[in-house]
Design a protein around this ligand. Structure first.
Ligand code: OGA
Ligand code: MN
Length: 227
């Protein structure tokens, strides 16, 4: 298990090179990257304030599968989610940063990332998300997963770490490659089709923004639906 940190984009100086270079290089080499503090603290604070200002009734129990296969299963995942749009200024700033990242990754990795969808996720005490893949090869359009952690003052006893497993280990027991602490401001990025992952049981409310860069799989006139 090891951490692959890249230079946080907001901390590169005038001579520091392009902030997206190390992110793209890590994704190319490993397929995942952990960024300890890629976004400005003021933006993180504004996102958390917005998150907490939303009436809990607006959050939906997260399901598994998409569209018609959508089902709820508390034994698989127990988080509640709120899909984001540009309505809030902090979210707008976040989406602008992710748009820069999308373009930066496309320029370097030729992924053809087409758009980004994201939601807040709230894990109450006692909830988790069992080992899963965000995308199945050839069967989805989610290419790159991102999670930004927003729990203030996270401590190891709070749990809720993200375990990332090796490719092709979905159906077999395997040691995790990576254990990511859901520390305030930290972001993890990984290839959606490659890495099974799970969220360990949370001992204190856990806040995050989960999102996916997607490719456009539309055929003919069929509109490719989000979510
Ligand atoms: C997800 C997910 C990981 C995390 O929402 O699909 O795997 O650390 N989230 O929150
Ligand atoms: Mn996931």
């Amino acid at each position: 298990m090891h951490n692959t940190a890249a230079t946080p984009p907001d901390q590169h100086g005038p001579h520091g090179g392009d902030p997206f270079d190390p992110i793209a290089a890590a994704l190319r080499e490993h397929g995942y990257v952990v960024l300890p503090a890629p976004l400005p603290p003021s933006l993180l604070g504004a996102l958390l304030r917005h998150f907490r200002s939303i009436d809990p009734g607006q959050f939906k129990r997260a399901g598994i599968g998409r569209e018609d296969e959508h089902q709820l299963n508390r034994f698989v995942r127990g988080d509640e989610i709120f899909w984001l749009d540009r309505g809030n200024p902090a979210v707008q700033a976040y989406l602008s940063w992710m748009e820069e990242l999308r373009l930066g990754l496309n320029r370097r990795l030729f992924l053809g990332l087409f758009d980004y969808e994201c939601h807040y996720a709230y894990y109450d005490r006692g909830t988790f998300y069992k080992k899963h893949l965000d995308a199945f090869k050839g069967n989805t359009n989610r290419m790159v997963s991102t999670v930004l952690y927003l729990t203030p003052n996270w401590q190891p006893r709070d749990g809720g770490e993200l375990l990332v497993y090796p490719p092709d280990s979905m159906a077999v027991a395997a040691e995790p490659l990576l254990k990511v602490a859901p520390r305030f401001g930290q972001m993890v990025i990984f290839l959606s089709e490659e890495f099974p992952h799970e969220v360990l049981t949370v001992n204190r409310p856990r806040y995050s923004v989960t999102g996916w860069f997607r490719v456009n799989n539309s055929l003919g006139d069929a509109i490719d639906p989000a979510r």
